[in-house]
Design a protein around this ligand. Structure first.
Ligand SMILES: C[S@@+](CC[C@H](N)C(=O)[O-])C[C@H]1O[C@@H](n2cnc3c(N)ncnc32)[C@H](O)[C@@H]1O
Length: 232
């Protein structure tokens, strides 16, 4: 397991990230594009926020991550789920560059939600995704198109919270911790290493053997992030 910046992020991740309207808008798109796709692999699942939403809707989910602090929170969510939901939810340690051997190889969908920017060997990760999808299955990848403008995302998010009257003291405390981590993440060249423009990612996926994009846009996180849903 890796000791890295995600160990620190994990301390405020679940207090901060689900509160971001831009995260919820992206999650809605993931739920839209996984509708009816029963078996989902959540690669780089973090604290299990997306996995939880899929489990709540009745999917089977295999989630894995290589940071123990993030993954512990996914284990906690699974432990708090009902017995039937727990049976549909597998949480394990693993790298997106070499999926764990226990992961199913005939998934209906594989998610790489805000993960690729941290991955050194992106080609290996995308090969793994392709080989774990059944024909007609989809990969959904999201992430920054370039080194993100953190201040822009925070400014817009705070304005939304204030307009909605929910910029509470608890949220301000979570934001203060998260911003310190995010500042390092977004400015240290050794932390964020991989960015994709939308067309560049679609072309890369086509070259690797994916067939066609179902959705490809650059709208999320106030225009900072790509969202690509590509069919095998
Ligand atoms: C921004 S968080 C996203 C977490 C989750 N997908 C979500 O939507 O909330 C990035 C996650 O990717 C994980 N990660 C980064 N590189 C990884 C790798 N090579 N293998 C597995 N997990 C990785 C980190 O540990 C972290 O939990």
């Amino acid at each position: 397991m890796n000791e890295n910046i995600w160990t620190e992020f994990a301390k405020s991740y679940d207090q901060m990230i689900p509160e971001l309207n831009c995260y919820q808008r992206m999650l809605s798109k993931i739920l839209r594009d996984t509708e009816g796709r029963r078996m989902v692999i959540d690669a780089g699942c973090g604290t299990g926020l997306v996995s939880q939403a899929l489990i709540d809707r009745g999917h089977r989910v295999v989630g894995f991550d290589n940071n123990s602090a993030m993954l512990q929170r996914a284990h906690d969510k699974k432990a708090a789920a009902s017995g039937e939901a727990r049976d549909r939810w597998t949480v394990m340690e693993g790298s997106v560059e070499h999926f764990p051997s226990q992961v199913v190889s005939d998934a209906d969908a594989v998610l790489l939600n805000n993960v690729l920017f941290y991955v050194q060997d992106v080609e290996s990760a995308l090969h793994e995704v392709l080989s774990h999808l059944k024909p007609g299955g989809v990969m959904i990848a999201t992430g920054p198109k370039r080194r993100p403008d953190l201040q822009k995302v925070l400014r817009h998010s705070i304005a939304e919270w204030q307009a909605e009257g929910r910029f509470t003291e608890a949220l301000q405390a979570a934001l203060a911790h998260h911003s310190t981590c995010a500042q390092k993440l977004t400015t240290d060249p050794n932390e964020m290493v991989t960015f994709f423009e939308v067309d560049e990612l679609v072309d890369t996926l086509r070259c690797l053997g994916f067939s066609r994009p179902l959705v490809a846009d650059g709208d999320d996180y106030f225009g900072e992030n790509y969202y690509v849903c590509m069919q095998k």
